[in-house]
Design a protein. Sequence first.
Length: 272
Amino acid sequence: MPATIELSDSAMFELLTSALEAYTVKHQESEDVAIETVSHLWGRVNKRAPFKCTINHVSTETSAIRARSSVRELQSSLAIKRDIANVFGEDFRHIGTFHTHPWLKNEDPKKAGSIEAVRKNKLYNLSPADHRCEIGKPTVTVSGVGYSVALVMTMFPMERANDSRMPNEPDGLHEFSLGNIKVWLKGQVFIHKLKSEMSGEELVAFESYRLKVDTYSEDEMLAVPINTRIESNFINTLGYYLKSFGRIDLDELTVNEYTSAKLVEKRELHKI
């Protein structure tokens, strides 16, 4: 059975506000807009396999060093958050991490020149560096086995609002739109195993995000991607579909303009 990541409405709200603020608002430490951001995921984990977690809380790393194509968090920040979570108990376990892949229009025309290119090149997936960050870092234990969870949100600006979705979404991926922002939410659960104990299927699965298993020794503990699904009331009920939303213009690295829905939403459904 697949692993399950369940997201509460509160968690979805916090993921979106964190991601879209970093995407549309210029921050003091950067001359760029559309910077990456990172958050930690907190909630409850079932005590028995198959793996299932419920994410109820998201804490954005405000001390992280953020740039256009990278983000680096401070371990001291996570340490204090873990201690705070321990005070609150079992419903506040540290489950994993969330970060963003923000794309600008015309930033890389060959690789990400359109929604279709993002889909074709699977830019919504974790990068090799993202996968590498999971190795040796299990966050929870279920039935004596270590697991970790990674969420990544990819964003791309469209010429106009378009609520169409990709056909046949892969497991663990949801595509949706807010105004003229196309969003992909990818969830991945990793099981942590010694390379020497991995099955043939697991050796193949390890290379899903382009890391080469042959570069690791037999006694190393590796993070193996397993079949994952995301459950969310917001996603499952199409809570975003045709909802009124503003528009962004992100043509340049240092130019950003967001106009609220009240001023720009002209779709017939939202006319008064």
